[in-house]
Design a binder for this molecule. Structure first.
Ligand SMILES: [Zn+2]
Length: 264
């Protein structure tokens, strides 16, 4: 009964506050404005950079920035060609490499990405890195953090917008924002849903292909990731993503679509 009620209230809210993910066309709930989400993201990102160490490896740093920018430009061109540039409004792209052994990478709303040096041995080269960054940039383009927070608003607060909640219960709204960006448990651990992860995989392949990276390299990349995690608890980057077998099958099924965007 309770579940049905939630489904019903989400359905009602969807009719009034809804956006569409580029390319996949999936409709998603949006109860938080992009401006709010980005402001939060930019504050959290600056805070993160203050508290963490940038890599001093100039070559690796340049590769991360170059890869991020290539993917970013390809996405910008695609959005412009399809009259969707307004969806990138307010984006303040930034790509940084952090000195940290964690096998991890993440992106925040508005195009702020972080790659950890610990993932570079698995990436092996720029194309491998493009698999990682394509996936993370896809989360930002598909506005998954906004959606995540909107679902929470729908489930816990009857579908109020973030602004309405902040007016009525500022403390609660603040708490919700903090949780969204995993404050307290370390940034970048925003938990996306399984559907969002699959969507980021699909869009990630397309985005890397648009930027001129061969999307087929994603298959061996995820195999290396899987081998790295073998037996033990999977690295953080894997734990929030689909299981290896499911992911491989999904990637294969997305490949023909991605190859259409691949310009060598
Ligand atoms: Zn992901």
């Amino acid at each position: 009964m309770y579940k049905k009620l939630i489904a019903f209230s989400i359905a009602v809210v969807m009719m009034v506050a809804c956006t569409t993910v580029p390319i996949t066309g999936r409709r998603q709930l949006s109860l938080v404005s992009d401006a709010q989400m980005m402001q939060m993201s930019y504050d959290a990102y600056d805070q993160f950079l203050k508290e963490n160490k940038l890599s001093r490896d100039a070559q690796a740093t340049a590769m991360v920035k170059r890869t991020g920018q290539r993917i970013q430009r390809a996405v910008e061109q695609y959005m412009a060609a399809n009259n969707m540039s307004d969806q990138l409004q307010g984006f303040q792209w930034e790509h940084n490499l952090i000195e940290d052994d964690q096998v991890n990478a993440w992106a925040m709303a508005g195009g702020k990405t972080v790659t950890y040096t610990g993932i570079l041995p698995i990436a092996q080269n720029e194309t491998g890195l493009a698999v990682v960054m394509g996936h993370e940039i896809a989360h930002a383009i598909a506005k998954h953090s906004n959606e995540r927070m909107s679902l929470q608003l729908a489930q816990q607060f009857g579908g109020q917008t973030l602004s309405a909640l902040a007016g009525a219960q500022p403390g609660v709204a603040q708490q919700l924002l903090m949780t969204a960006y995993g404050a307290g448990s370390g940034l970048g651990v925003l938990k996306y849903g399984r559907d969002q992860e699959s969507e980021a995989d699909r869009l990630g392949l397309i985005f890397m292909a648009m930027a001129g990276y061969n999307p087929q390299e994603a298959i061996p990349f995820w195999e290396r990731m899987e081998a790295k995690s073998g037996g033990q608890a999977p690295p953080e980057f894997l734990s929030t993503h689909p299981s290896a077998g499911t992911r491989r099958a999904n990637l294969q099924s997305y490949m023909p679509e991605a190859m259409k965007y691949y310009k060598k």
